[in-house]
Write a protein that binds this ligand. Structure first.
Ligand code: S3P
Length: 170
C-alpha cells in the first residue's frame, strides 16, 4: 500500500465523548462499503488492554502516545471511515495528519445529551470530570470547519448528513 495517500478521501469523525462518533461511523462505513476504524478499538487491540486499563496502568501520557502512533498509521491510508477518541484532535500534530488524509467532521452534541450518554461509564477514564474538559476543548472542536449538530437526530440521520457533507467537500 502506498504511504502517499493521494486520494485524501478518509472520513474522520471527531467530537466529544458521547457525541456518537462510533455509532455513526459504523453506519457510514456500512453504507459506503468502507472499512471502519475506531481509534480506541485499534489501541485496545494493539495493546491487549482496555482504554481504562491503559490509563490506570500506564497513564494518560502513554495513551496519548499510542493515539499519536495510530493517527500516523491511519493518515497514511485512504478509503476509511475513522471514529477518533474525543481527545485525539486536541493534539495539533494528530489534527494536521488526519486533516491531510481526508475530511474531518465534528459531531456536536449538547452537554445534557453528553451527560446522559456518559453517566456512570466505567470505560471512559475521563468521564468523571467531563464538564471542565468539554469547556476547555470547545474552541478546538468549534474550529473544525465541517460540523454536524446531532440534536434530536437518529444515528442514521446523522450518518446520511455525514455522507452528504463529505461528498460536498470532495
Ligand atoms: C477520551 C475519549 C475516549 C477515549 C479516552 C479519552 C478523551 O473516546 O479515547 O477515554 O480524551 O476525550 P470517546 O470519545 O470515544 O469516548
Amino acid at each position: 500500500m502506498s504511504d502517499t495517500h493521494t486520494s485524501h478521501d478518509n472520513i474522520i469523525l471527531a467530537g466529544f465523548m458521547g457525541a456518537g462518533k462510533t455509532t455513526v461511523g459504523e453506519i457510514v462505513a456500512e453504507r459506503l462499503g468502507r472499512e471502519f476504524i475506531d481509534t480506541d478499538t485499534a489501541i485496545s487491540e494493539q495493546t491487549g488492554l482496555s482504554i481504562a486499563q491503559i490509563f490506570a496502568e500506564r497513564g494518560e501520557a502513554a495513551f496519548r502516545q499510542l493515539e499519536a502512533e495510530v493517527a500516523q498509521g491511519l493518515a497514511a491510508r485512504s478509503g476509511l471511515v475513522i471514529a477518533t477518541g474525543g481527545g485525539m484532535l486536541m493534539n495539533a500534530a494528530n489534527r494536521h495528519l488526519l486533516e491531510s488524509s481526508g475530511v474531518v467532521i465534528c459531531l456536536q452534541a449538547a452537554p445534557d445529551v453528553i451527560a446522559e450518554r456518559i453517566a456512570g461509564e466505567s470505560g471512559r477514564p475521563l468521564a468523571a470530570d467531563w464538564r471542565a474538559l468539554y469547556e476547555s476543548r470547545r474552541p478546538i472542536y468549534e474550529a473544525i470547519e465541517q460540523k454536524i449538530d446531532t440534536g434530536d437526530k437518529s444515528p442514521e440521520e446523522v450518518a446520511e448528513e455525514v455522507i452528504a457533507l463529505w461528498r460536498s467537500c470532495l
